[in-house]
Design a protein around this ligand. Structure first.
Ligand code: ADP
Ligand code: ZN
Length: 346
């Protein structure tokens, strides 16, 4: 088992990575003092391991990460008679972890909580960092809290039941962390890429660990996203616009967003064209898209124009100064349009 510590302003969080950790934490939690929040799929695969616990089962998927679902959970917590000393344990992917963190941080003005992250994306990204939000009126994570869980348990054994599409989504974030802060990790992922497909835990565990470490170190320096944490938005400024306007998955959108920002990095002389080819080859190996369909370009450009980070003719973008070094730069809308149109395939 590998352990990392994240220091937040209001408290710290311990992150554990290893195999068969779900069983260990369940054996440790007291049944009469714990409420489990999970979703239907995770309950179907792993529910028998937590029978006997009070549990709330939500509908999975980003579209259910709403204040309505929070409302339903509050109702159940009330019915269970939860008190100040009740512990809330979220077991699932990013949606379950976000809902758990948000509800636990607000119910009775804050209960202790922890996560067992069961998707690759949640393990390297969503479950780490203490941001817990719900979507509202079509805006992503617009209502939420920043509050660290007591612990985040990343149980690699649970990845065995995860659909291939979800592994792919997680790989986009694993690669993102390498691109913004760890060149060696990028080279290691290239070398061990088959191990991610076969889920050869022996080989991928150290790489997942290094990916998590990138996020933990950045959040420990800047929990509330004033500076350093903005680097984690690499691929996301344009990725969100792509996700919203074309309906592709989060990982797919981030993949295209990262290629856009890598192209912008080349036009600023920060990245070499051969490095972009290396990045695209790795993304494509994981079946992540690296181009955009021509008929979608105007929709994507419209969505970029509505971005809240846009300031006049500029958008603050995360560029890379070589693989492994992120820099924040102001980029002109005109430059973005040119890159987007160049990337189109018909
Ligand atoms: P994320 O935001 O981490 O991508 P979600 O919470 O949306 O994740 O989960 C993605 C999907 O995978 C959901 O349908 C969820 O129920 C399912 N899921 C989560 N963990 C597992 C697992 N270990 N095995 C199988 N399905 C899972
Ligand atoms: Zn993301």
């Amino acid at each position: 088992m590998r352990i990392l510590k994240l220091m937040g302003a209001k408290g710290s969080s311990t992150v554990f990575l290893g195999s068969n950790l779900l069983e260990e934490i369940l054996a440790f939690c007291k049944k009469d003092k714990t409420v489990i929040i999970t979703d239907k799929n995770v309950d179907m695969f792993y529910g028998d391991k937590f029978s006997g616990f009070k549990k709330v089962i939500i509908e999975g998927g980003e579209k259910n990460k709403t204040s309505y679902t929070a409302w339903d959970i509050y109702n159940t917590l009330l019915k269970f008679g939860c008190e100040r000393n009740t512990f809330i344990l979220g077991i699932g992917g990013g949606v379950v972890c976000d809902m758990t963190g948000f509800v636990a941080s607000t119910y009775l003005r804050g209960l202790s909580f922890g996560f067992v992250a069961t998707t690759l994306l949640a393990q390297v990204d969503a479950a780490i960092g203490g941001k817990n939000g719900v979507n509202f009126n079509g805006y992503k994570n617009i209502i939420g809290t920043i509050n660290q869980p007591e612990f985040v348990i990343c149980d690699l054994s649970t990845l065995k039941t995860l659909p291939r599409q979800e592994i792919k989504n997680g790989m986009a974030e694993v690669i993102k962390h390498a691109l913004i802060a760890d060149r060696r990790l990028f080279l290691e992922i290239e070398k061990n890429r088959d191990a991610f497909i076969t889920l050869d835990l022996l080989h991928i565990e150290p790489l997942i660990f290094n990916s998590m470490k990138v996020k933990i170190e950045i959040v420990s320096k800047d929990e509330t996203e004033k500076n350093e944490r903005r680097k984690l938005n690499f691929g996301h400024t344009f990725g969100h616009a792509i996700e919203l306007s074309t309906g592709v998955s989060h990982g797919e959108a981030v993949s295209i967003g990262m290629v856009m920002e890598a192209n912008l990095s080349i036009s600023r002389g920060l990245l070499q064209p051969y490095e972009l080819e290396q990045i695209k080859a790795l993304l494509a190996f994981f079946d992540l898209p690296v181009e955009i369909h021509c008929h979608q370009k105007d929709k994507v450009m419209d969505a970029i124009m509505k971005d809240k980070k846009k300031e006049g003719d500029y958008i603050y973008s995360v560029l890379i100064n070589g693989i492994g070094h992120a820099v924040i730069e102001k980029v002109k809308i005109r430059e973005i349009r040119e890159i987007l149109y160049d990337m189109c395939k018909s």
